[in-house]
Design a protein around this ligand. Structure first.
Ligand SMILES: [Zn+2]
Length: 163
């Protein structure tokens, strides 16, 4: 970020106690921290931890992971539980961090977790999701959208589980 988001003035840096050199707008007289979105996505495991849930969404014929944006004030782990409940109707437990990566296209830091669902029953999915399917680990590896961030997260998870 090189210009003020409010007034467009070129930013300078200024020392802020406990933070260091921070971008600063000399016109607004305010610090301008970097602005980006935060989201979560999740590798959802069946209760027996032998299957992984993949979904199709937004009319696209490709399997991805359940995902959603983090609300302001919300912990990432709480966003995982909320999104899984809202979109699929499942309760999450053992919510554990897997990997994060910045997604430039949507200016979003994507935080991936894995978690365990309370049931394999998918009768509670909402209209936001076109299709939700349980796959074995190997089927999930083959079916996840190739070249996607979801695939990268899934492969990291599978790699951890195989060691
Ligand atoms: Zn400004």
């Amino acid at each position: 970020m090189k210009y003020c988001v409010e007034c467009g003035t070129k930013l300078v840096t200024k020392y802020l106690e406990n933070e260091g050199e921070i971008p600063y707008c000399p016109n607004c007289n305010e610090f301008r921290f970097p602005i980006f979105n935060s989201a979560v996505s999740m590798v959802v495991l069946s209760p027996k931890k032998d299957k992984i849930l993949l979904i199709k969404q937004y009319g696209r014929d490709r399997y991805i992971l359940v995902a959603g944006y983090i609300n302001r004030g919300e912990a990432a782990e709480d966003a995982v539980a909320r999104e899984l409940k809202e979109e699929i109707g499942l309760d999450a437990s053992e919510i554990t961090f897997n990997k994060s990566k910045f997604f430039e296209k949507s200016n979003t830091l994507m935080n991936n977790f894995y978690c365990v669902a309370d049931t394999e029953d998918l009768s509670g999915i909402t209209k936001e999701v076109d299709l939700a399917t349980w796959f074995t680990f190997e089927e999930a590896r083959r079916n996840i959208a190739h070249g996607s961030l979801a695939e990268e997260f899934l492969l990291t998870f599978l790699d951890k589980k195989s060691h």
